[in-house]
Ligand binder design. Structure first.
Ligand code: KG4
Ligand code: ZN
Length: 333
């Protein structure tokens, strides 16, 4: 039997989970609301709030899973990529807990864990599959050959898709994080109301910075004519922006699926919570005869359940880390 306690603290969510024999029994997420006042994550504040949240989150995860801290067999934690101060809180807690209980520790790559979230519940994808991994800091198309054998075959050259969502919402005067609000307003809007350009980037790479600038100028020019332009057209603006971001992502995913001849296609990361993107993938999958995999909403945005499942597969291989391990702000696969 394997009881894994997992910790995620890479950005602004403190999360703890317990997984027993590959079955996730609890997944507690403490969101940090303090950043809303600043319109984005303030790293120094994030690490301080992680310090306040981490013990209660872990206690609650153990209680929800009905597991005692004495039953834990290994502690898995996010090593990177992420904010160094935030990561340090999770890594230090994992090491201290493991040292006190003489347990092994397991390092997990946050971006790999987003992909391995597909192995929390059925149906699970079979290898090889393509995963469009879209979060606040990353936009990647990943060829997943095995649990820990992954190759990035396309990625953003500048902003991430989540960043494009968050920056658009900032331009529109909406609070942080903007992605979920763009999603909410887009549901009442017309995705073809406004046309935003699709960047012409060679190969399987992405670019979102030009889109952000075109949205900024579009809003500036229209507000100069009608000061209430945003309020009068919020739903249509959100629907049109969401549609363009989703089509940029899905067009490249289609290209990758054709080039690699792969029909198992998955979404992962915070932006995979987006309704338009989820629907878009399913429609495309139907057209192309793909098997599509989309995680439950709670496993799209940052969570420790995905760290627990990644930790479980490393535990099976006896792949443990040393006590002198340090977090990494940048961490390739
Ligand atoms: O994976 P994640 O929780 O954190 C990182 O690892 O970055 O992703 C966060 C990103 C943010 O940019 C947020 O605005 C976006 O995911 N997001 C969404 C939605 N929910 C979260 N974007 C669009 N629609 C959503 N429903
Ligand atoms: Zn993430």
């Amino acid at each position: 039997m394997s009881v894994i306690l997992a910790i995620e603290s890479s950005c602004d969510d403190t999360s703890a989970a317990v997984c027993v024999d590959g079955v996730v029994l609890s997944n507690v997420i403490a969101n940090q609301t303090i950043h809303q006042a600043y319109g984005g994550v303030v790293p120094e504040l994030a690490s301080r709030v992680h310090q306040q949240n981490i013990v209660p989150a872990i206690q609650q995860a153990l209680i929800n899973a009905k597991v005692s801290k004495n039953d834990v067999d290994a502690v898995a934690f996010t090593r990177g990529p992420g904010l160094l101060g935030s990561l340090l809180v999770g890594v230090s807690f994992a090491k201290s807990f493991a040292l006190a209980k003489s347990l092994p520790i397991i390092e997990v790559n946050h971006m790999q864990a987003h992909i391995l979230a597909h192995f929390i519940e059925d149906p699970k994808p079979t290898f090889p599959f393509l995963c469009l991994t879209v979060s606040g800091g990353h936009t990647q198309i990943v060829l997943v050959k095995d649990y820990f054998d992954m190759e990035v075959i396309g990625q953003t050259l500048d902003d991430a898709a989540g960043e494009a969502m968050d920056k658009t919402s900032k331009i529109l005067g909406l609070p942080y994080p903007g992605g979920p609000l763009i999603d909410k307003y887009a549901r009442q809007g017309n995705p073809n109301a406004y046309k935003f350009p699709e960047p012409q980037i060679p190969g399987l790479d992405f670019s979102f910075s030009g889109l952000k600038t075109s949205i900024l100028y579009f809003i500036r020019d229209n507000v100069a004519i009608n000061p209430n332009f945003i309020e009068d057209n919020l739903a249509d603006i959100c629907a049109s922006v969401e549609y363009r971001i989703a089509t940029i992502l899905l067009n490249k995913l289609s290209k990758a699926a054709n080039e690699y001849g792969i029909k198992n296609v998955a979404l992962a990361g915070g932006v995979s919570a987006n309704t338009g993107l989820r629907q878009g993938l399913l429609e495309l999958g139907e057209k192309n005869g793909w098997n599509c995999f989309i995680p439950q909403l709670q496993y799209c945005t940052d969570n420790a359940a995905m760290i627990a499942i990644a930790g479980y597969y490393k535990f099976l291989k006896g792949n443990f880390a040393e006590q002198n391990i340090a977090p990494l702000a940048r961490m390739p696969f």
